[in-house]
Design a protein around this ligand. Structure first.
Ligand SMILES: [Zn+2]
Length: 361
């Protein structure tokens, strides 16, 4: 058996996400300029995003760009250029606010405003959302209701470990459905590995810049072994070593500006060694695999309350399965299917599997 990511014909899929914001969009610091001042500052977003587009294009790599609405409405052509290049346009809110700081109504207004701006620019539904600073926490469960209510189908706001602005230390590490007041929301959490019983991240922002390639690669292999998706996040300012510096505290200065020159070579390495795809593709693949799994279970379950699988050497393995859990699972997946997949994919799946109506004993 080849180890994950060893020399094989197929590259391991990895989802590169880019939170599109400028050099001055630093959260939670008195030294960061407030929104009234943003327009008067030099913008470096065009050059940084253009540079990323050229890099990704050189490897035919696709990414998901979580755009800040405030920036998107000032750089509409750049948003469209990203879309035309085949990248997914997703939403990072309007004014870069922390969910747990502003409260439910202000968060709702911000999210809805940004989604409307982005949809107006790209002329298609925006399906994915990520809160600034991963600021959805155990204390802001209402945020998932707001995100689903706004019409998003997946969310990438959960950072399943402790962190500065947010984080849910005990959150599930794999994609899962969150039941909200407005239906199921697919959550794709940030990638986290467990090292000596502690949760750690090498896959985004300062963590990605600080960690060596071999550490990152080790972490990515750990994710694969654990069946977790590979999600990397960056900001355009992280490829810009010559950006103006804000008078941040020593700790924040380190986090924001450490090893900015290492980002490009790490991105080139990821583009070369991994198959980069969008978060929407990842989400759709995940839903489809759940769908097939859920619909196959009752068929192989007809002999009793066991799920039958086989080892590589052909030995039968029987795993007890509760009927209730199967029924729950199918209902969940079918509900998610109904709202999540684009009509074309939905039709494709259903047309090709006409007789898989679940049966129960
Ligand atoms: Zn952000």
């Amino acid at each position: 058996m080849p180890k994950p990511n060893e020399q094989t014909n197929h590259k391991v899929p990895l989802c590169l996400t880019i939170d599109v914001e400028d050099w001055f969009h630093i959260l939670d610091s008195p030294a960061a300029p407030t929104i009234e001042h943003w327009s008067s500052l030099e913008s470096r977003i065009e050059r940084n995003v253009e540079k990323l587009l050229v890099l990704l294009d050189a490897f035919s790599a696709k990414s998901t760009l979580f755009w800040l609405g405030w920036l998107a409405e000032r750089h509409k052509n750049l948003v469209r250029k990203c879309q035309t290049a085949g990248h997914e346009i997703a939403c990072h809110g309007y004014a870069h606010i922390l969910a747990h700081e502003v409260g439910e109504q202000a968060f709702r207004n911000d999210v809805n405003r940004s989604k409307a701006i982005l949809e107006d620019i790209v002329n298609e539904p925006i399906k994915g959302f990520r809160a600034p600073g991963f600021s959805v926490t155990n204390k802001t469960a209402w945020a998932f209701d707001v995100i689903r209510e706004a019409g998003f189908q997946y969310d990438a706001s959960v950072f399943p470990a402790s962190r500065g602005h947010g984080g849910i230390p005990n959150a599930i590490l794999v994609p899962h459905f969150i039941e909200t007041q407005h239906g199921h929301l697919l959550e794709i959490p940030s990638s986290i590995v467990e090292v000596f019983g502690r949760r750690a991240c090498f896959f985004g922002g300062g963590y990605l810049r600080l960690a060596s390639k071999s550490m990152i690669k080790w972490g990515l292999n750990r994710l694969l072994e654990a069946g977790q998706p590979l999600v990397v996040y960056i900001h355009p300012r992280e490829i810009d070593p010559y950006q103006p510096r804000l008078p941040l505290s020593l700790k924040r200065r380190f986090k924001c500006y450490v090893r900015l020159k290492s980002t490009i070579s790490k991105l080139e390495w990821l583009c070369r060694d991994y198959q980069l795809y969008t978060m929407l593709e990842m989400a759709e693949n995940y839903i489809k695999s759940l769908y097939y799994e859920a619909r196959t279970l009752p068929v192989i379950n007809l002999g009793g309350n066991h799920r039958i699988t086989w080892t590589d050497s052909g030995e039968e393995v029987r795993t007890p399965v509760g009927h209730q859990s199967i029924r729950d699972r199918i209902l969940k997946v079918e509900k998610a299917m109904a709202t999540f997949l684009s009509p074309a994919i939905n039709e494709h799946v259903i047309l090709n599997e006409p007789q898989l109506q679940p049966t129960y004993r």
